[in-house]
Design a binder for this molecule. Structure first.
Ligand SMILES: [Zn+2]
Length: 397
């Protein structure tokens, strides 16, 4: 039997040998414990980095075939009729456009789409006229818009009047209050219009009085506010779309926007808010939970954050079960082929499957296998409660 000393000696000489071998190889580099390998190399042994002999593919070109053999359950149609509370179907002010969108909704089992296009004034009137003349009028509901430009003395009262007029014209709420509100819209005096600006208070109070929700998009994914470097998990998206780079001199920060938004939620406890995109906390569900716990007047919507749910299916499932009365389905960008990814993540227990856009997520999705009762709430029940002007009858019990 070998002595402990001998075993240790063998192990140590082996480790040194591996290190030396790596060092002798092309690009071989030693790094101290806890230190990262230099760019262009990868760890081959603890403390030892190496560069590949072939030119490595770029972020766009590495598309490995998965060899995982596992059950696949594609879900072309939602299991229960869905309401898309974050619909961007474009202009639905003509019979042709309405019929085309309804055909797509039928193929996905979306019963109602909330048109979240900030349609106000004359455009709202013509949209409502086209919908009312259509046999499909109950397949849509429309949210009005608010013109946040030139906020100054007296603005709040006038905006409240416009809101009242838009509701009379047929809108059932407001949205999507755009991300530019808080990020870059300026006041009459040229200063950035803060989300919690007191000049807006009469408007938010009017929402409470008229009992309609405000569907509000504040900020952007956290990484959009970080430097565009190779540590940024949204590097590709930011490199593709320069206007999403919010890490600029003088730019408001993510945290500042969250503070202003929370001030707004706190200041108007009787106004019902729908925070679009999970309030951008889907990557931090404890923070999403804290927001919902602190503000009972807030519900959330799951548009364009599926990549965060699908990479933490167990925590996401737990969150959906706990907050099942506070979460609504919404898709955002109207791409018919993308909806089934939502159904699959929500409904199945499938593992390691593709997401639809590499620039959102270079990782794979996993299904949350939500119980039917939770699915029904996410797909339509909570929306019916929050947006009271939605068609209320004919839904499954
Ligand atoms: Zn949005």
């Amino acid at each position: 039997m070998r002595s402990l000393k001998t075993v240790l000696a063998i192990l140590i000489s082996g480790a040194i040998g591996a290190g030396l071998a790596a060092q002798g190889m092309r690009g071989g580099t030693r790094v101290a414990p806890g230190q990262e390998c230099p760019p262009g190399t990868t760890a081959v042994r603890p403390g030892s980095c190496m560069a590949p002999s072939e030119t490595p593919p770029g972020i766009l070109d590495y598309r490995p075939r998965s060899t995982l053999v596992t059950a696949e359950h594609k879900v072309p149609k939602a299991k229960f009729p869905a309401i898309d509370v974050h619909g961007h179907p474009g202009n639905v002010a003509s019979a042709g456009a309405i019929n085309r969108v309804v055909g797509i909704m039928d193929s996905l089992n979306i019963r109602v789409m909330l048109v979240a296009e900030n349609v106000s004034g004359q455009r709202l009137t013509s949209t409502m006229a086209a919908l009312n003349a259509s046999p499909h009028k109950d397949r849509f509901r429309v949210l009005a818009g608010i013109d946040f430009r030139n906020v100054g003395p007296g603005w709040g009262g006038r905006a409240a009047q416009q809101l009242e007029a838009d509701l009379k014209a047929g809108a059932i709420g407001v949205g999507e209050v755009p991300k530019s509100f808080g990020l870059r819209i300026t006041k009459a005096d040229g200063a950035r219009l803060k989300v919690d600006d007191p000049e807006l208070d009469p408007l938010w109070a009017a929402f409470a009085r008229l009992d309609v929700p405000a569907f509000i998009h504040t900020a952007e994914p956290q990484e959009f506010f970080q430097p565009l470097d190779y540590k940024n998990e949204r590097w590709l998206e930011l490199a593709l779309f320069a206007d999403r780079r919010n890490n600029q001199p003088g730019q408001v920060t993510f945290e500042q926007l969250m503070t202003e938004r929370n001030n707004l939620f706190r200041k108007h406890p009787k106004t019902r808010f729908v925070a679009a995109h999970f309030g951008w906390h889907a990557n931090d569900l404890a923070r999403a939970a804290k927001m919902l716990d602190e503000f009972p007047n807030v519900t959330i919507e799951a548009g364009a954050i599926l990549y965060d749910l699908g990479r933490q299916p167990r925590a996401a499932r737990e969150f959906f079960v706990k907050y099942q009365d506070r979460i609504m389905f919404g898709k955002d960008s109207f791409q018919p082929e993308e909806y089934p990814y939502y159904w699959r993540v929500f409904e199945t227990a499938d593992e390691y499957f593709d997401y639809y856009r590499d620039y959102h997520a270079f990782w794979k999705m996993y299904g949350m296998a939500l119980p039917d009762e939770v699915l029904k709430k996410v797909y339509h029940r909570t929306a019916l409660r929050v947006f009271k002007g939605l068609p209320q009858s004919g839904w499954p019990q």
